[in-house]
Write a protein that binds this ligand. Sequence first.
Ligand SMILES: OC[C@H]1O[C@](O)(CO)[C@@H](O)[C@@H]1O
Length: 368
Amino acid sequence: QDLAMLITGRILLGCGVGFANQAVPLFLSEIAPTRIRGGLNILFQLNVTIGILFANLVNYGTAKIKGGWGWRLSLGLAGIPALLLTVGALMVVDSPNSLIERGRLEEGKAVLRRIRGTDNIEPEFLELVEASRLAKQVKHPFRNLLQRRNRPQLVIAVALQIFQQCTGINAIMFYAPVLFDTLGFGSDAALYSAVITGAVNVLSTIVSIYSVDKDHSNDLHKGFGIFVVVMVCTFVSAFAWSWGPLGWLIPSETFPLETRSAGQSVTVCVNLLFTFVIAQAFLSMLCHFKFGIFLFFSGWVLLMSIFTLFLIPETKNIPIEEMTERVWKQHWFWKRFMDDEYDGKAVTNGDFAKKNGHANGFDPTSQL
Ligand SMILES: OC[C@H]1O[C@](O)(CO)[C@@H](O)[C@@H]1O
């Protein structure tokens, strides 16, 4: 009789996760010095994996509770991270970008000084002021995102999110207990396996090396099941040092300032939409296709590998503001979207280089 309440609770939880997924990477990229923006982004994914591991551990523990109320505790305990996030959100500073955009320039400057740990922040401050001036001029951020010259970043960001989910990672994350149950493990061992995959996920996100787990229950007849667990762990660890963090990192590194916020919304939205689709479709697909479901995901992995090989350029060590000239204009495919048009108007090469030389069209060194 509590179904409505359960569903309402899940909807509210979904809203919380959606808002956090949008706000946290953006906040991180706003306060991060450019040099370590990538690293901070991976911390976001690392925390996602730690959260999953914790949830697996809690479920492992609560499943042992006699009396049938363990699941209530399991759902209720989700309130703890939510509380921490709420309290944490009250304590973090406003980002300099946000303060500047609301006209609180001096406060923005003070925060910038604090988070950079130096008084030498004038060039960055001026760049932020100019960026916020230009951002205010963009009346329709989403329409701007759809302009031809932003096509490569948009297509790559959307494709990466779809691909990340079509690796089938959440089929494993959400349904590991069911999966291991069907392999002949008891429900307890199934949860135990889920905990292992959660841990492998965390470790592989931290370091790109295999970690060997000692198994406690090496019965011979479980040999095949254990083999599958090892394969699943290999898959999870491969995901955790590739599609997991890079799915978030690449969009945040390639969108120019003027489209980064709108781009991030689209990125999160597509990611969660496909998380939902896979979660909804997986069980019935498993019933219909049986082992074929894994061939389905393998097909996707092949497709996304080909896409990566041909359509994702190397952006390492290239400042975001030089991306147009050094990456997109040189790329065999994406260069066709880089015609010398800006906002629908043809511009001279000099103007174009200036606008594209700096993502926000502003050269901070001109103020020095
Ligand atoms: O580590 C696995 C987790 O990473 C994500 O792909 C992206 O954050 C989630 O959808 C998934 O549950």
